[in-house]
Design a protein around this ligand. Structure first.
Ligand code: GDP
Length: 360
């Protein structure tokens, strides 16, 4: 304890008499978890220390400025050690069987002695307070697997913010030696696009007979898929699942050819019985072979990195603009004039920008 704290303490102890040990175990635990240098965390990560990896991800997710700064330093240091995994996005509507599939597929991956990290993007979790993957009853076996690391979705923030945190977590997981990274999302539109922008392979889980509309699957999402798996192909559902497989295969033929030259695979599986789940790894290996050979693998990652850079410039400019005091003051009046048809939208925008740039 420092001199300053001693002076402020209600339990002031005379100098020369040693302090009794803290009887509050939480306090000492807290103090221990606070003191960790960037270098210590970085070394821990590259040595595969799961506790320090978790700690670093917590720093990434923190809204505290100091934590943010430290997390950026850690990410920068880890960057040269990152990039050596296969990043797989997994999506599908709630109830399609994502967590059952991740558990089953995840176990088959770890049994091959690969290290698997499971991350998630669920921008709705701050509304529902129940983040996907946060529920401890999900993926019980995988959680206990020493080759697996499961991290719930960052529990707050905009989709952009959550996506950034997940991207940075991918870098840390790769530096920590994970060979395969799953990024799970709920099938609600925007979050799939975010996941697609950070993975090498995009897997869409579907159900037979539920209808695309019912499943909330937009054509655009199907177009992004490198593989479509029709889950729950077991029991009485096998016939329907096979029918759906044929239908999706012919539907995909109507789409324009993919940039990668890869023809998306449609298969049935049962996450519950494990039927065909093992095949998925073979599909991903074939894909990786195909796109590494034709250069698309690196091209996709390069494009993603470029996009992230432009996105963060845009985000930062926008923030700076709307936090500008002059703009904040001017906005209500301009909006009023706009609504009274005294100004066009373009004129109003020009005036705002002029004010911002001249900083009058
Ligand atoms: P999520 O919301 O997409 O993560 O879906 P869950 O993995 O929680 O699964 C939703 C329900 O579907 C659960 O009751 C699962 O037991 C069930 N389920 C998942 N996969 C299968 C499957 O392959 N076959 C059958 N019959 N049920 C499944």
């Amino acid at each position: 304890m420092t001199k300053k704290n001693n002076d402020n303490s209600a339990l002031k102890v005379n100098e020369g008499i040693s302090q009794p040990p803290s009887v509050n175990p939480y306090l000492s635990k807290k103090r221990k978890s606070e003191k960790c240098s960037t270098e210590t965390i970085f070394q821990g990560i590259i040595n595969g220390d799961m506790r320090l990896l978790s700690k670093a991800i917590t720093l990434i997710e923190s809204s505290n400025q100091e934590h943010h700064k430290q997390s950026q330093e850690i990410v920068e240091k880890c960057l040269p050690y990152a990039g050596n995994s296969v990043r797989i996005g997994i999506t599908g509507v709630p109830g399609v069987g994502k967590s059952t599939f991740i558990e089953s597929f995840g176990k088959s991956i770890t049994s091959k002695n690969y290290k698997l990290a499971v991350l998630a993007i669920d921008p709705s979790s701050n509304r529902t307070k129940g983040s996907i993957l946060g529920d401890k009853t999900r993926m019980v076996d995988l959680s206990a697997d020493e080759n697996a690391f499961i991290r719930p979705s960052p529990s707050s923030g905009s989709l952009g913010g959550v996506a950034r945190k997940t991207r940075e977590s991918i870098i840390l997981c790769e530096a920590a030696g994970f060979d395969v990274i799953f990024v799970e999302t709920v099938g609600v539109g925007q979050s799939e696009i975010a996941v697609h922008s950070m993975v090498d392979f995009f897997l869409l889980l579907m159900l037979a007979g539920a209808g695309d509309e019912l499943q909330g699957i937009k054509r655009g999402i199907m177009e992004m898929a490198d593989a479509i798996l029709i889950n729950k192909a077991d029991g009485n559902n096998v016939h329907m699942a096979n029918l759906a497989k044929t239908q999706y295969r012919s539907a995909l033929h109507l789409f324009p050819p993919t940039e990668s030259g890869w023809v998306p695979v449609v298969e049935t599986c049962s996450a519950q019985t494990g039927e065909n789940v093992d095949k998925v790894w073979g599909i991903i290996e074939n894909y990786a072979h195909h796109v590494k050979e034709n250069g698309f693998f690196q091209q996709r990652r390069n494009n993603q990195n470029k996009m992230i850079m432009y996105d963060s410039v845009n985000e930062s400019l926008k923030n700076d603009f709307y936090h500008n005091e002059n703009i904040k003051q001017m906005l209500p009046q301009i909006e009023k004039e706009l609504l009274e048809l005294k100004k066009s939208s373009y004129m109003a925008a020009n005036e705002l920008l002029k004010k911002y740039y001249t900083k009058e």
